[in-house]
Design a protein around this ligand. Structure first.
Ligand code: GLY
Length: 359
């Protein structure tokens, strides 16, 4: 999705863009992602720069969605509801109060709700709910619809999409596995967790990336919508309503290389925790169980923009926030492609911070 967003914005700025996709567009993390747009819910003390980037992208999202919906005719499932962070017991409530303090210390707007107030908003929450925080500015979108819309948008913008094009190496252009060589003045690497496997990138320009596995379920309510309107974030995961009776329940965080198997234990724990927080979720029908790979850098920050090799740009390492960060990443990468100075916001995400690390 990040690659498509970059290509779309690049074409809108008058650049001729070719997207090289070795498989099917949007079949990686974008296909598995739940689509939470949650800079505040996901905020951490040590990654405040990621928070700032996320807030900037969240602000850009309504326009991004509107533009894509108009261009593609696809409704993207962008839901305006607030997000709820839930504690089930005293320990979790204490932890949630610490989360509240952190967000308040960062100047973020979060409301502390008594259980009865939370259940007024979402009656499906368990009567045992101990505490809730309401995050008004965090929302959700349907990433699969977003990818479908982006595919239409890039086609309309004149981007050439080459499906099944496996990049063999970068070498004064881009060499494909079949031997074809494409001339390219500039190259953007946006290959998710596979990005640091691209051959021909000098060590001083490489960005180290590793996959972080997430197992996730897709479910639906045979009775239709209504169980939940808001995304519910619990200590172990999240339940994301799509607004039409479908739900996404995720996700594990596992360091297991490129393994994408789904395991009984992980699925059991996700379902158990969801059932404790939203008892009615036990009645949902399981449609899919999948595992995806989040692309992570060693400092959990994305690498966005140009690097030490002239003409080479990165749009990688979005970790837990790829869907959220797509609009701002596309803007920043395209500014780099146009030779413009990047805004101060981008400084912490320069790929040059990894110079020599991969070696
Ligand atoms: N953004 C949620 C996740 O990566 O699981």
């Amino acid at each position: 999705m990040i690659g498509l967003a970059v290509a779309w914005r690049a074409a809108q700025r008058g650049l001729r863009a070719v997207v090289l996709e070795r498989g099917t567009p949007g079949e990686g993390a974008s296909y598995v992602a739940a689509g939470m747009l949650a800079p505040v819910t996901e905020a951490t003390l040590v990654e405040q720069d990621v928070l700032r980037l996320g807030l900037a992208s969240a602000e850009a999202y309504p326009r991004f969605v509107e533009e894509l919906e108009q261009l593609s005719g696809i409704e993207l499932g962008y839901l305006p509801w607030s997000m709820l962070m839930i504690a089930r017991d005293r320990d979790e409530a204490e932890a949630l109060d610490r989360e509240l303090e952190l967000r308040r210390s960062l100047g973020l707007s979060v409301e502390r709700l008594r259980p009865s107030q939370a259940r007024q908003l979402e009656p499906a929450l368990a009567p045992t709910t101990r505490l809730a925080l309401e995050v008004a500015g965090d929302h959700a979108v349907d990433p699969r619809k977003l990818t479908a819309a982006l595919l239409k948008a890039v086609a309309a913008a004149g981007v050439e999409l080459r499906v099944g094009a496996q990049v063999a190496r970068l070498d004064d252009g881009v060499c494909l596995a079949g031997g074809e060589r494409l001339a390219a003045e500039q190259v953007v690497i946006a290959a998710g967790p596979w990005s640091d496997a691209v051959d021909g990138v000098p060590d001083e320009a490489r960005v180290p990336i590793h996959p972080v596995k997430g197992q996730i379920l897709r479910l639906h309510d045979p009775a239709g919508p209504g169980l939940l309107s808001r995304v519910v974030r619990m200590s172990s995961g999240y339940l994301v309503p799509r607004g039409d009776g479908r739900y996404v329940l995720g996700a594990t965080m596992e360091e297991r290389g490129f393994d994408t198997t789904v395991t009984a234990g992980a699925v059991f724990e996700l379902l158990r925790d969801a059932g404790e927080v939203v008892p009615g979720s036990s009645e949902l029908v399981i449609d899919e169980i999948t595992a995806g790979l989040r692309p992570a850098t060693p400092d959990n920050r994305p690498a966005i923009g140009p690097c030490a090799v002239p003409g080479l740009h990165w749009a990688v390492g979005h970790y837990r926030n790829g869907i959220l960060l797509a609009p701002v990443t596309a803007e920043l990468v395209v500014a780099g492609l146009m030779g413009e100075a990047l805004p101060a916001l981008a400084a912490e995400f320069s790929p040059t911070r990894f110079a020599g690390v991969a070696a």
